[in-house]
Design a protein around this ligand. Structure first.
Ligand code: SAM
Length: 237
């Protein structure tokens, strides 16, 4: 019996559907940032998978360095997106000093919630972002600054480590503060996939945020006030 390629799960219909939905937003944002005068020539694609987004970023006239934690998936990316460079970087097993020089734009889609330490990775991603990062991640419901330790499925689309930490929205915002972004905007545009919707039986599982170094005004992105976190008395009964 022949073995399925490492990338087979990236090519299933639901995966492509959520990619299309997210790309609609990414494409709008890149065009709007450029329209506002921001020069975007270079980009990172963090946790790139086999290059679905890297190719599109490249078609949007960006010089792309795609970073992927798995060697075989990065290799598939090199074949599928030959105009992009692919490097292997495991966000949970690298030193923060391995952060690469900033590029104008960064796409961080579908990676943060697969990591053991999303806060540290977000800080590294911040260091590598010159002007703007578009972040899509899962969040756990609840207003508190919390995270859930989740079992990862053992396949190539998931985390490399067996456990990942999924942040709440409030915890994620603290991470954005620690990553040094001065401007944070939440996407209020409809994203055409159920994972982004508030359903009768399920909270929204995902969201999209734009993080920038300078203030921008993009239709469908609402500015969030990210303040330095206060330390509360978590132990009070
Ligand atoms: C859900 S896929 C997302 C792919 C693409 N960015 C997207 O949004 O469709 C997660 C990707 O992150 C990679 N990944 C998982 N853990 C990683 C880590 N610690 N460092 C870097 N990449 C990792 C996986 O190999 C996989 O390609």
């Amino acid at each position: 019996m022949t073995q399925a390629p490492a990338t087979a799960l990236f090519d299933v219909d639901n995966y492509i559907a959520i990619n299309e939905a997210r790309w609609t937003i990414a494409d709008k944002v890149i065009k709007a940032l450029r329209h506002s005068g921001m020069v975007l020539d270079t980009a990172y694609d963090f946790g790139a998978g086999p290059g679905w987004f890297a190719r599109r970023l490249n078609h949007s006239k960006l010089d792309v360095l795609a970073l992927e934690g798995r060697h075989d998936v990065a290799e598939a990316g090199r074949a599928r997106a030959p105009n992009c460079e692919f490097d292997v970087l495991d966000f949970d097993n690298c030193a923060t000093s391995e952060a690469l020089p900033p590029r104008d734009f960064a796409l961080s889609f579908g990676i943060l919630y697969h990591l053991e330490n999303p806060l540290r990775a977000l800080r590294m991603m911040g260091e590598m972002t010159g002007k703007a990062m578009l972040l899509e991640t899962m969040v756990v419901p609840g207003d508190d600054f919390i995270a859930r330790v989740a079992r990862e499925n053992p396949n190539e689309t998931q985390g490399i480590q067996p456990l990942a930490m999924i942040l709440s929205r409030a915890a994620l915002e603290r991470g954005m503060w620690a990553a040094g972004f001065s401007h944070v905007y939440e996407c209020t545009l409809p994203v055409e996939h159920d994972d982004f919707r508030d359903l009768k039986a399920r909270h929204p599982r995902r969201g999209i945020w734009l993080l920038t170094r300078e203030a921008v005004s993009i239709d469908g992105f609402e500015a969030l006030k990210i303040e330095e976190p206060r330390r509360d008395d978590y132990w009070r009964k």
